[in-house]
Design a protein around this ligand. Structure first.
Ligand code: C2E
Ligand code: MG
Ligand code: MG
Length: 762
């Protein structure tokens, strides 16, 4: 049944009770009740039958009431009633449970008869009608009538207030308490309990709300075997259970008897036709007995409570769905923002501090792209579990969307606590994730912002700080600082400019000479990409190549770089070599080899004058395919270099597996050379390694003469660095190539060149 129908039926019961409360005598109340019921269920006809006679009927032509058939239908022996001129109508009969054998009958044309939910609601209506009729019948004295009117009035009010609590979307627990409070007030009893079967363990019942139970006894009724006590029996037997003499009734709870409980009764509470709990009332009053009208009241109210509960649960569920993320079950952005707002207000009032952590997974897109969305989802759910396990119950972990999570820490005592949580989250993420049977490694970047007092937005600030953590190398956290905002905005601007740069071809190539260290002559030049930003001037590749890799734009840019570099190289004197950097994405291109072959043919560059530089990271990805492609490239006559060696995995495996010509020592290993204090061992090891594998070794980032001297001593073959020349544009390269001395250092300042010359002579 739809939620709409559920709430409609609860409301309908309340309305029904209100409607029949206004009737003054039994006969009109009966007729009014049947009329309303028939109307609500779109039934063509209806009747009330008691003790073998028809009390009232609606919908039949005057004088043509089918008495015999209605009595059969009342006994559930006639599922279908023929209505002349209308057709066959499905019948239903429900007891009024007013102490007499009265039953309400409805018959409806069309459809499959009455749905179980409808039977429920109809049962509730019949009970209310029975209660109203019973009261009208039994209480003939003025006082009794007034009392019963009051009772009906208050039953009505109680139900209405519970209904309104539900529509106000108060938490489920408050609805449960409203039910027990109302039952206590309705019956004037001191002790009330609402007990529910444990959904996780149907053999147990739990007290979900109570009043008047001494705190010492709350524990004993917290969770019990399903059949225990009066409430338990009502559940097991599915009917009203009354203990007029509590102590002497078998199966009651001895602790309560010892406290002096006199009488108790319990009515079952239903959900969709099955008993899910019971509503128990009890009294210490020595003269308390439960009259028939009291029993009716509890039964009716329990029925009411059943519908209200169903309603409340549905609302609760809908609310939960609206505020939680379906994939991870964590609060969503809306709920997080709501909690943050409250937390900020509270922090302001109580002068406390709070922190927001903004977590973004590193390279999550890669997982999604390579393993598929299902795997991505599985990973996110596991990340959510790990994060949720680390926070305190009072804190909030939410999924904001995509691979973004946020954590709200309230009552922060020290800034260090936020940092500590960030560290623990980063650690938790570093453990491998098993997704679809595969182990994958994921890291995260976290931004932290502190909040309280000032009206700024900690979530946005944490986002800025996260951005900084990302650009600061990932797998780390950063605290928000003023100024980050501007830096991030600048970066975002750059990103949007970049899209235009691709369209407008704002790229140029600069070239940096590579020098033969023994002779001092230029052996080749490395092409280095620059972005000529219309406002910012030259932008270095590190500021946009990672972005181009993420978006895939690097493939078309890289294609342009290759063609441009080869075209330029044809204008240089042979055998000068041009080195071109190839990104991982390019290496993954299936038609890379054909494309390069075609380009060499187009530009007419001798393949032996092209060198491709690759990093270990690029080789790592699908290395089987990489080996095949590189071998094909080698067969074309192209040279291959391993770039930035030493910074990655520095695996010997790569040196063996791939058909390489050149090993480039990364700048950090060159930095320490020649200073006296520096540790040349690593550079030396790499040079020797290169020699073992018969590779030409080129040192990157040579800035000082002393480094050059030491590299020559160590037997390094080539060098590149600001010492010789910074990368410069193509025209300057032409000038440099025309003017270059036989030995690069011959043109230098006397002191250093003398020293060098004597070194090389030695
Ligand atoms: P890389 O391939 O290792 O290039 C060497 C980098 O070191 C260049 O930085 C160069 O300017 C710099 N360099 C050279 N000598 C010195 C020195 O003595 N001191 C210092 N501090 N730096 C020196 P650049 O041009 O900023 O390029 C950075 C990286 O961007 C390159 O590292 C390369 O990985 C990438 N890149 C450049 N152009 C391209 C391209 O066309 N395609 C691809 N995929 N990546 C490129
Ligand atoms: Mg390079
Ligand atoms: Mg390099």
């Amino acid at each position: 049944m739809s939620t709409h129908a559920i709430s409609w039926s609860t409301e309908q019961l309340t309305e029904f009770l209100a409607a029949i409360s206004v009737f003054g005598d039994e006969e009109t109340a009966a007729r009014g009740g049947i009329e309303r019921a028939a109307e609500s269920f779109d039934a063509e006809v209806g009747a009330l039958v008691r003790a073998g006679s028809i009390v009232t009927s609606v919908g039949f032509p005057i004088g043509r009431v089918p008495k015999r058939e209605l009595l059969e239908a009342a006994k559930n022996r006639l599922p279908q009633l023929e209505l002349p001129g209308v057709g066959a109508a499905k019948t239903i009969s429900v007891p009024l449970e007013d102490g007499s054998s009265a039953r309400m009958i409805l018959a409806r044309v069309g459809g499959d008869g009455f749905a179980p939910e409808e039977v429920n609601v109809l049962g509730g209506m019949a009970r209310i009608l029975g209660l109203a009729l019973g009261m009208l019948r039994t209480f003939d004295s003025e006082r009794a009538l007034r009392e019963s009117l009051q009772k009906r009035q208050s039953l009505l009010e109680k139900s209405a207030s519970i209904q309104s609590a539900i529509s106000r979307r108060v938490p489920l627990q408050e609805v449960l308490e409203a039910i027990t409070d109302a039952a206590g007030e309705l019956l004037g009893d001191e002790v009330v309990g609402l007990r529910m079967v444990d959904p996780d363990d149907p053999g147990m019942v739990k007290t979900v709300a109570s009043r008047g139970v001494p705190p010492t006894l709350l524990r004993t009724i917290e969770s019990n075997q399903v059949g225990e006590g009066i409430g338990g029996r009502a559940i097991v037997e599915g009917r009203l259970v009354v203990a007029q003499d509590y102590a002497r009734t078998p199966g009651t709870l001895s602790q309560f008897a010892q406290l002096g409980l006199q009488a108790a009764m319990a009515a079952p509470v239903y959900e969709k036709g099955t008993v899910i709990g019971s509503l128990v009332v009890a009294s210490y009053d020595p003269v308390r007995t439960y009259k028939e009208s009291d029993q009716e009241t509890l039964l009716t109210f329990a029925q009411h409570a059943s519908l209200a509960l169903m309603d409340a649960k549905t609302v609760d569920q809908m609310l939960h769905q609206a505020l939680h993320d379906g994939l991870t079950g964590l609060p969503n952005r809306a709920l997080f923002l709501d909690r943050l707002e409250h937390a900020l207000a509270r922090a302001g009032r109580e002068n406390s501090a709070l922190a927001v952590l903004f977590l973004d997974l590193d390279r999550f897109k890669g997982v999604n792209d390579s393993l598929g969305h299902a795997a991505g989802d599985e990973l996110l759910a596991e990340v959510a579990r790990r994060v949720a396990a680390l926070i305190r119950a009072a804190d909030t972990a939410a999924r904001l969307g995509g691979d973004e999570f946020a954590i709200l820490i309230e009552d922060l005592t020290e800034q260090r606590d936020a940092a500590r949580l960030a560290t623990r989250i980063l650690e938790a993420l570093r453990h491998p994730f098993v997704v679809e049977g595969e182990e994958i490694f994921v890291t995260g970047s976290i931004g932290i912002a502190l909040g309280g007092g000032r009206g700024d937005d900690p979530l946005r600030n944490a986002d800025f700080a996260m951005y900084r953590a990302k650009s600061g190398g990932r797998d780390c956290y950063e605290f928000f600082e003023e100024g980050m905002r501007a830096a991030v905005v600048e970066r975002l601007e750059l990103e949007s400019d970049f899209k235009r740069a691709v369209e407008r071809e704002e790229f140029v190539l600069h070239y940096q000479p590579i020098v033969e260290l023994e002779t001092g002559s230029i052996s080749g030049l490395e092409a280095l990409l620059r972005w000529e930003h219309p406002a910012r001037g030259l932008v270095p590749p590190l500021a946009f190549v990672p972005l181009a890799e993420e978006t895939g734009a690097i493939v078309s840019i890289g294609r342009w770089v290759l063609r441009e570099a080869c075209r330029r190289a044809t204008t240089w004197e042979a055998p000068l070599i041009v080195s071109v950097n190839l990104s991982a994405r390019q290496l993954q291109q299936p038609d890379l080899v054909d494309e390069i072959a075609q380009m060499l043919a187009d530009t007419a560059l001798d393949p032996s004058r092209l060198m491709l530089e690759l990093t270990e990271t690029a080789l790592m990805q699908d290395s089987q395919a990489a080996v095949r492609k590189l071998s094909s490239l080698k067969q074309l006559g192209i040279r291959l270099a391993l770039d930035d060696f030493g910074t990655g995995y520095s695996s010997l495996g790569y040196l063996q597996q791939f058909p390489l010509d050149v090993l480039k020592i990364a700048k950090p290993f060159v930095d320490g050379l020649g200073s006296g204090s520096g540790e040349p061992a690593l550079a030396q090891a790499i040079i020797e390694l290169g020699r073992t594998f018969q590779l030409n070794v080129v040192a990157e980032g040579i800035e000082r003469v002393e480094q050059l001297v030491q590299l020559r001593t160590l037997g390094c073959d080539g060098g590149q660095g600001f010492l010789f020349s910074k990368p410069c544009d193509a025209d300057s390269v032409d000038i440099l190539l025309r003017q270059r001395p036989a030995r690069f250092w011959d043109g230098w300042a006397p002191g250093s060149s003398v020293h060098l010359t004597s070194e090389s002579a030695a």
